[in-house]
Design a protein around this ligand. Structure first.
Ligand code: GNR
Ligand code: NI
Length: 177
């Protein structure tokens, strides 16, 4: 397994619609395992393939605790039902480092997907797991959490990230000022 570089905004690859996988073969399993290691190293609770430059419909999620990991792997995830109830969480994104905003989404979802063994599965999720899965599926459509907040907040965040890139200023864990 390897830790892959994570793409940060602004980057055209984060705005693209990703393609379904034909099947979860050994190459996709390798991608899933590398994504999981990359997510743990970051650290984060979810990661979508486009964040590591792969425009395929693959996500990994772990909302467990350090002492009790709960890795989950999804290919071609599809929300087939969502609650009318909504929930608000303060979201962050490894592709928008150091920026956080409250985002409102359906509180519960039902999902259809292929698991790491290429087996079709259905599952229901609520709480942080539901929020995280929806955040990751958004990435597969080229949507970031800032696309759910006010235009003013969005432009403030994107301006900060553009400036940081132009200055070649490292963000997140290697930032010194
Ligand atoms: O690590 C992450 N934390 C998080 C917190 C609240 C809602 C969503 C997330 S996902 C994020 C990692 C990430 O960028 N995944 O795409
Ligand atoms: Ni994200």
């Amino acid at each position: 397994m390897s830790v892959l570089p994570i793409i940060t905004a602004p980057d055209p690859r984060l705005k693209k619609k990703c393609q379904p996988v034909e099947q979860v073969d050994s190459q996709i399993v390798q991608l899933m395992d590398d994504m999981l290691e990359t997510m743990y190293a970051a650290p984060g609770i979810g990661l979508a393939a486009p964040q590591v430059g792969v425009l395929k419909r693959v996500i990994v999620v772990d909302v467990g605790h350090d002492d009790q990991r709960d890795p989950r792997f999804f290919a071609n995830p599809e929300v087939v039902w969502h609650s009318d109830d909504v929930a608000s969480y303060e979201e962050g994104c490894l592709s928008l480092p150091e920026n956080f905003s409250d985002v409102v989404r359906p509180a519960a979802i039902k999902l259809r997907y292929l698991d790491r063994d290429n087996t079709p599965q259905e599952m229901e999720a609520d709480g942080l797991l539901a929020t995280c899965i929806q955040h990751e599926i958004d990435h597969l459509e080229g949507i970031l959490f800032v696309d759910h907040i006010s235009a003013l907040k969005r432009s403030m965040i994107l301006r900060r990230l553009t400036k940081a890139k132009k200055a070649h200023r490292p963000l997140a864990k290697y930032a010194t000022a």
